[in-house]
Design a protein around this ligand. Structure first.
Ligand code: PEP
Length: 249
């Protein structure tokens, strides 16, 4: 069965709650495309107003992070139950900014992925290499390790519903999109890695996005690649341009 494309916006630390509601109002008609899954991953404080503003539309709401404990003395963290209760369906985990600025390890990401599944939240697990790693020729090994550790203990049935976002760090927020060949090569390798961990059926079902300076000009070619099932979009998800990306066809 063909995989449904999933196009997600990662708002990062942008948009106050009132700005967020305005953005949803602007984007609502522009992203009304039932052929793809449209997800807005928003800051924690925007989740409730965005869920409210998106009611009755095709927009699904995601979080940008989540903690791996159920509850307790973890000042400043957000639990899976809190996200579920607020109407969240997806959560971005292991974004390179969280790994880089906040020291998240593959093991942390794995704990979060397991917890997300336990609560019925679909993880969007980010992976991707630095420019130095690409130049050193260790991209595939590095990403394989991120995927292997990230999915430890995840069942095949769970993995089939997961989303992996391949985001080369050198392409994030730099305006430098990976070429379609580069993006396809790594996304294809990620799918192979999933087949090795699980089986062909799981590899055929899991959705793999590309992320890194996706815009309305690059989306169509990227999303036409055999192993690219949509995109995780940062900067361009905050603009009307996101509507063109969702309607890339
Ligand atoms: C991101 O951070 O997930 C991202 C892809 O950002 P941008 O599109 O701005 O490169």
């Amino acid at each position: 069965m063909a995989r449904k494309k999933i196009i997600a916006g990662n708002w990062k630390m942008n948009m106050t709650p009132s700005e967020a509601v305005k953005l949803v109002e602007t984007l609502k008609p522009l992203v009304a495309n039932e052929e793809v899954d449209v997800v807005f991953c928003v800051p924690a404080i925007d989740i409730i107003p965005v869920v409210e503003a998106a009611k009755g539309t095709n927009i699904q709401v995601g979080a940008e992070n989540m903690y791996f404990e159920e509850k307790g003395a973890y000042t400043g963290e957000i639990s899976p139950n809190m996200l579920v209760d607020a109407g969240v369906k997806y959560v971005v985990l292991g974004h390179s900014e969280r790994r880089g600025y906040f020291g998240e390890t593959n093991e942390d990401v794995n704990k979060k992925i397991l917890k997300a599944f336990e609560h019925g939240i679909t993880p969007i697990m980010c992976c991707g290499e630095t420019l130095t790693q690409r130049e050193q020729g260790v991209t595939m090994d590095f990403i394989r390790q991120q995927v292997k550790v990230g999915f430890q203990g995840v069942t095949a049935d769970q993995a089939k519903t997961a989303v992996i976002a391949y985001e080369p760090i050198w392409a994030i927020g730099t305006g430098k999109t990976a070429t379609t060949e580069q993006a396809q090569e790594v996304c294809g390798e990620i799918r192979k890695c999933i087949a090795e961990i699980y089986d062909d059926a799981t590899a055929a079902a899991i959705r793999i996005q590309y992320g890194g300076s996706v815009n309305s000009k690059t989306a169509a070619d990227l999303f036409a690649q055999a192993d690219i099932d949509g995109g995780l979009v940062g900067g361009a998800s905050l603009k009307e341009e996101f509507g063109q990306i969702v309607n890339y066809k």
